[in-house]
Write a protein that binds this ligand. Structure first.
Ligand code: PEP
Ligand code: MG
Length: 315
């Protein structure tokens, strides 16, 4: 029955009562783009650009970057492609953007903090993205990783626009930015929740340590509370808030995230069909009820169990 239901569904993500939730892919380079571009999904919600350069020994030139971005954008035609600027440092070190050893790399000069110290790298990347966007006609939007404050978001969005790109956003993956999303997003076009880092920083649990996976569980009610605050802040600012962390690819959690206010979900492309089906079987008010159930639970396990019991069967 599930296979038949999956075969019979497709197209843009929407709840049973017609509330649109864009279903997008997380990609890490040209091959992923070709695979995802051929699938029934609405575009890219997270292109992790640092993945392309993990083995590069020197900074890629403008021309080299234009060529790569063009090949990433092409498979998506006019669909949206959300590009994240280099998220170097911590778990994703880049040889050409290394500021030296740090005691606590996850709390150090990573992501946008590194871009602030190396604006040359950021500007070259933004310029290359603008050229490739113009040449391919893709709906390119750019977002910054590891934003903590409104000043950082303002600085980034100004640089994005100065480089000729139309839409600037920020990842919401630091609890400070989540709690202050209304203010952080004022000069940005959108926010995107990075639930992997948001769980790490909310729970003070290193995402690189498998032994801590219980704490890193996105069903942790505290993480859901922080996500809810971020969505509410985005709503007050009149900005859409998507999700691009792994949590969005879990069909049950996807329902909860939509209930909390997420406007799009980005995930490994193979996860899109089940998430689409889960959405198609629930109304937005039902998603809100599931979110409420999860948030009133005392533990991650209770939240997960309560939602599993209340959601429609077969998920
Ligand atoms: C996240 O932190 O949830 C995220 C999407 O980014 P990354 O996993 O690349 O840090
Ligand atoms: Mg992250």
């Amino acid at each position: 029955r599930l296979a038949a239901a999956l075969a019979g569904s497709g197209g843009p993500g929407t709840t049973r009562d017609g509330h649109a939730v864009a279903l997008l892919a997380n990609i890490g380079g040209v091959e992923d783009a070709i695979d995802a571009g051929a699938q029934d999904l609405e575009g890219v919600g997270l292109f992790r650009t640092e993945f392309v350069f993990l083995s590069a020994e020197r900074a890629p030139t403008l021309e080299e970057q234009v060529e790569i971005y063009r090949r990433v954008f092409e498979p998506f035609g006019g669909r949206r492609v959300v590009v994240r600027t280099l998220d170097a440092g911590a778990d994703k070190p880049l040889a050409f953007a290394d500021l030296g050893p740090e005691e606590n790399p996850a709390l150090g000069r990573r992501g946008l903090r590194l871009s602030a110290e190396r604006p040359d790298l950021l500007d070259t990347q933004l310029e290359a993205l603008a050229v490739a966007a113009r040449e391919t006609g893709a709906d390119v939007r750019v977002m910054a990783p590891m934003v903590a404050t409104a000043e950082e978001a303002d600085w980034f969005s100004r640089r994005v626009r100065e480089n000729g790109l139309a839409k600037a956003g920020v990842m919401i993956e630091v609890p400070a930015a989540a709690l202050r999303a209304e203010h952080v997003l004022r000069d940005c076009d959108f926010g995107s929740l990075g639930t992997n880092d948001l769980a790490q920083y909310t729970m003070a649990a290193d995402r690189m340590q498998g032994e801590l996976s219980d704490l890193l569980d996105p069903w942790q009610p505290a993480v859901l509370d922080v996500i809810a605050a971020a969505c509410e802040g985005a709503g007050r600012a009149g900005r859409p808030m998507g999700v691009c962390g792994e949590a969005g690819g879990d069909p049950l959690l996807a329902l909860v995230l939509v209930g909390l206010g997420a406007s799009s979900l980005s995930m490994a492309p193979g996860k899109v069909p089940l998430v689409r089906l889960a959405l198609a079987r629930h109304t937005l008010p039902q998603c809100r009820q599931l979110a409420q159930l999860a948030r009133t639970a005392r533990t991650a396990g209770e939240a997960h169990d309560a939602v599993r019991a209340a959601a429609s069967a077969e998920l």
